[in-house]
Ligand binder design. Structure first.
Ligand code: FES
Ligand code: FES
Length: 194
């Protein structure tokens, strides 16, 4: 039976053709084949959130999906969340010292010291970017199940940020700064939209 296949992955606005084993995870394809190592491998079993990235704008765990299943989807990694200027990959969560524009959530992580060792940071930032949009769109959190379709979105409380980002673990325990950073970025988005 066939065990390898040619696929095209759309990552950070670029197309990459590669041949992968059918069992290769999206995480391994990005890190080992495309050298996009900003997306971290923590548990490799869907438990820690270190590998969180965006698939078609939704947060997603790269360790839990196969590369072949990601074909045709728009994948955004930490290297691609900022401006598209030269030097993609700047900022917290990135290893390269590029000069690209930072995403407002990255800026907030810098301002509020939202990281210590930084290992969880790319996942935290990708998760926060999508979560802020989910909240603005009125999606209920998985935990509180609160739906207020008629009401304008309420500002995210620290408790709700914690709930909505409970899948992103931080072994350094930097949660307080992370919540502050995410809250600030969410508030800024709230102010600037609408
Ligand atoms: Fe994917 Fe831990 S590495 S959730
Ligand atoms: Fe070290 Fe979160 S900053 S794991």
């Amino acid at each position: 039976s066939q065990t390898a296949g040619a696929i095209i992955l759309h990552v950070n606005g670029e197309k990459h053709a590669l041949t992968v084993d059918h069992r290769t995870t999206l995480l391994d394809a990005l890190r080992e084949r495309l050298d996009l190592t900003g997306t971290k491998k923590g548990c490799d079993h869907g438990q820690c959130g270190a590998c969180t990235l965006l698939v078609d704008g939704r947060r997603s765990l790269a360790c839990l999906q196969l590369a072949v299943a990601a074909e045709g989807r728009e994948i955004t990694t930490i290297e691609g969340v900022g401006g598209s200027g030269a030097g993609q990959g700047a900022g917290p969560g990135s290893e390269s010292g590029g000069q690209g524009e930072l995403h407002p959530v990255q800026q907030a992580f810098l301002e509020f010291d939202g990281f210590q060792c930084g290992y969880c940071t790319p996942g935290q930032i990708c998760s926060a970017i999508a979560m802020i949009e989910e909240h603005a769109a009125g999606w209920p959190s998985a935990v509180t199940d609160d739906v207020h379709p008629e009401a304008a979105p309420q500002p995210l409380t620290p408790e709700e940020i914690r709930e909505r980002m409970s899948g992103n673990l931080c072994r350094c325990g930097a949660y307080m700064s992370i919540v502050q950073a995410v809250g600030y970025a969410a508030g800024a988005r709230h102010t600037h939209s609408g």
